[in-house]
Design a protein around this ligand. Structure first.
Ligand SMILES: NC(=O)c1ccc[n+]([C@@H]2O[C@H](COP(=O)([O-])OP(=O)(O)OC[C@H]3O[C@@H](n4cnc5c(N)ncnc54)[C@H](O)[C@@H]3O)[C@@H](O)[C@H]2O)c1
Length: 288
């Protein structure tokens, strides 16, 4: 049994065959008011999540989702905190308020993200900087090195973290960052120190406003680029947010530390392995 398998068995030791790993656990989901994040909230409560902070800039939909959850699962189970993940103070306050309300944190899903090359500096602040900030805050609140009990951090990349897309080069770069960053956290050094498992989720095209509005948000000044993007995204197999949420629950059950998962086209989520450098030498790849 590998080191990570044995550690995962320990992480899994609290759950029986029928029980999902999230059962009884408390989470924070960023960008949780709409789209994929909101589907995660609903799916994980269905799987037995004990409590969750939903944080988002969208107060109206965030409050409404928390209210719906509380009606179904009991008052206080879901807490909405308005937060802008690009703002350091705001993100820190989310963790402080979460701690005051729940006194426990087991799972952080860094999900908030945008596909907007037109405002690329803001996009980098959210997709890249906030992912790092969220990860560091997750370690501060869950890390065994800080008196916590360990846990799981899921960072959100994309299939565009694993391939190219001419229509949105900057977004594609931000998601490559998430893959490289999270797999570099998901190893023995960081696990021994913090007791935290790091997973990367790479959604394929999932029907939300991020996809349906994408064409409007390409770099300014390049005629035809919007169509290049919509054709590129349109060539990928689509799925619903609920399809992807099913995949998230699966990886919380099964994902080993450092693993990278692709959920696309409404098929069961699958793990990918990044090849070693010498296996992708151009000379040998061209010969394939
Ligand atoms: N939809 C897809 O096809 C797809 C594919 C791959 C990856 N992803 C990733 O999945 C994640 C969720 O995407 P989605 O499709 O659900 O998008 P969405 O636009 O439907 O939802 C994003 C949510 O994030 C919130 N948000 C935006 N800026 C924020 C900020 N600064 N602070 C806090 N919250 C903020 C929005 O209010 C919204 O509720 C993103 O990281 C995205 O890059 C989506």
């Amino acid at each position: 049994m590998s080191f990570f398998t044995s550690e995962l068995k320990k992480i899994d030791s609290g759950r029986t065959n029928k029980m999902d790993a999230i059962c009884g656990k408390i989470g924070i989901i960023t960008g949780g008011a709409n789209g994929i994040g909101a589907a995660y909230v609903r799916r994980l409560f269905k799987a037995g999540m004990q409590g969750c902070t939903i944080t988002d800039t969208d107060e109206t939909n965030g409050e409404k989702l928390a209210e719906d959850v509380n009606k179904s699962y009991g008052n206080g189970k879901a807490l909405f905190i308005k937060g802008d993940m690009t703002n350091k103070k705001s993100f820190e306050c989310v963790f402080e308020e979460h701690k005051n309300h729940f006194q426990q944190l087991d799972v952080l899903i860094n999900n908030a993200g945008i596909l907007r090359d037109k405002t690329w500096e803001h996009m980098i602040n959210l997709n890249v900087t906030a992912t790092v900030r969220g990860t560091l805050l997750g370690m501060k609140y869950m890390g065994k090195n800080n008196g916590g009990c360990g846990g799981t951090i899921v960072n959100t990349a994309s299939i565009l973290g694993l391939r190219d897309m001419a229509g949105c080069p900057c977004y594609t770069g931000t998601k490559h960052f998430v893959v490289g960053f999270t797999r570099s956290m998901g190893n023995k050094f960081w696990f021994d120190l913090t007791g935290i498992r790091f997973l990367t989720i790479c959604p394929g095209v999932t029907i939300t406003p991020l996809i349906t509005d994408a064409e409007k948000w390409v770099f300014d000044g390049f005629p035809g680029l919007g169509k290049v993007l919509s054709d590129g995204l349109g060539s990928q197999p689509p799925q619903t947010v609920d399809d992807l949420a099913e995949g998230l629950n699966t990886i919380l059950n099964e994902g080993e530390n450092g693993s990278i998962w692709v959920g696309e086209g409404a098929t069961p989520i699958f793990e990918v392995i990044i090849p070693k450098i010498h296996d992708i030498k151009a000379d040998s790849c061209r010969g394939r």
